[in-house]
Design a protein around this ligand. Sequence first.
Ligand SMILES: *[C@@H]1O[C@H](CO)[C@@H](O)[C@H](O)[C@H]1NC(C)=O
Ligand SMILES: *[C@@H]1O[C@H](CO)[C@@H](O)[C@H](O)[C@H]1NC(C)=O
Ligand SMILES: *[C@@H]1O[C@H](CO)[C@@H](O)[C@H](O)[C@H]1NC(C)=O
Ligand SMILES: *[C@@H]1O[C@H](CO)[C@@H](O)[C@H](O)[C@H]1NC(C)=O
Ligand SMILES: *[C@@H]1O[C@H](CO)[C@@H](O)[C@H](O)[C@H]1NC(C)=O
Length: 405
Amino acid sequence: MQLALALGALLFLESTAAFDILRDYSGQHFFEGWDFYGYWDNLTLGDVWWLNQTEATTERLAYINDAGNAVLKVDNTTTVASNDKRNSVRITTQDFYDYSSLWIIDVLHIPYGCSVWPAFWSKGTLWPNDGEIDIIESINLNPNNQMALHTTAGCMHAANVAQTGRSAGLDCGVGSGCVVVENQPNSYESGFAAAGGGVWATQFDVSGIYIWFWGRANVPASLAQANSTSSIDISSWGTPSASYPVNPQCNLTQYFTPQQLVLDITLCGDWAGVPSIYGPQCGSAGPTGDCYMDNVVGPGSPKYDNAYFEISYVRTYTTTQVAAAAPGQPTSTSTGTLTVSQSEPTSQAQTTDSSSADGSDEPNPSPTSLAGGSDETSAAFVEAGVSFWVLLASIACVSAVPLLL
Ligand SMILES: *[C@@H]1O[C@H](CO)[C@@H](O)[C@H](O)[C@H]1NC(C)=O
Ligand SMILES: *[C@@H]1O[C@H](CO)[C@@H](O)[C@H](O)[C@H]1NC(C)=O
Ligand SMILES: *[C@@H]1O[C@H](CO)[C@@H](O)[C@H](O)[C@H]1NC(C)=O
Ligand SMILES: *[C@@H]1O[C@H](CO)[C@@H](O)[C@H](O)[C@H]1NC(C)=O
Ligand SMILES: *[C@@H]1O[C@H](CO)[C@@H](O)[C@H](O)[C@H]1NC(C)=O
């Protein structure tokens, strides 16, 4: 009897951590199921045109390489004239992924370099009302990745949660969001590719939002051995890099609706290009000290030779299992409505055109983790966040933004 109970409990525990594949974006089919933006970066005011699929394919800014990996890149073959923009890519999944889902991305190279601002993130239909999760995001020569949630006012990240990253701002409703800076080495910049890349996993659950990162050498067997049809057992993954458990100061379901995944690369704009942020890292990279003039304008190579994503796959998973652990435990799964929509928004979103960019659905600039920036600097940025971004929005020319440091 006791043995039977114990076995039953064991089976139950094991099964609660299993996720089944929903969609595999990889190989020759990687770009099926994404929409290309097809307009300039009118969202973060970066100096790029995000090409439509036809152009991005023709210009080889979005393609599958000989290794079978997806490449998304900034144009490095063109000489850009002053006042023009450089070509790049931004793609968004047609599918929306609801609570109880898991998103895995296996990456070999992340864009980096002065002026470069890449992101892998998610958003609901309406921004910021429906929430934003930043999974991979950094700028310029930052050595580390940073993660963040962005919400409307009222959602706070709990202090002292079980995470290996460092919180750099707890208010998810301010301009910079509730940032968690990755502490592990080689999560961005040249070190990331040199270490063989790595894998990020994001669990979107009613109990919380959890992001794990592993460098290539540490990718768990459950992922390293998985193929495009495998189920994923997350029970042995340990402490996430960023943990956002539901807490009395943030009822997640109030702030997040089903999410689309986004991959993009912009240049300069209202994070990487802000003079007070760009200057300390890259101000000596060219004659003017200006992000746009010293990078975007002129020849594309060698400046943008490293401004590309190389991605082995993006896979999405879901589980139908009922929560077994207490809220806040990363391995618990949810009783949340399981409605992963195929190519159209779920109920919360049906009245809105899913393809329309509302103008602000962007990974928010998160100026809290400058390389070499002190904690005091970070705190100042967070406090200045709201008024700063309001100010920024009212100023047409990014270079006119006053120094904050
Ligand atoms: C893609 O962009 C080019 C250049 O702006 C335009 O000529 C073409 O019609 C667009 N194609 C589609 C399918 O929108
Ligand atoms: C994935 O792995 C499983 C178990 O090893 C195997 O049965 C299945 O055929 C594999 N699927 C693909 C698409 O390779
Ligand atoms: C959390 O938000 C959901 C969705 O808005 C709502 O139905 C629920 O009542 C809220 N729970 C609490 C404890 O506020
Ligand atoms: C552009 O960058 C790629 C690497 O991303 C490199 O192989 C290629 O040679 C560069 N193009 C030019 C024109 O230098
Ligand atoms: C950005 O451009 C898109 C596509 O033309 C448009 O739908 C959207 O309203 C624009 N957003 C802003 C903030 O200008």
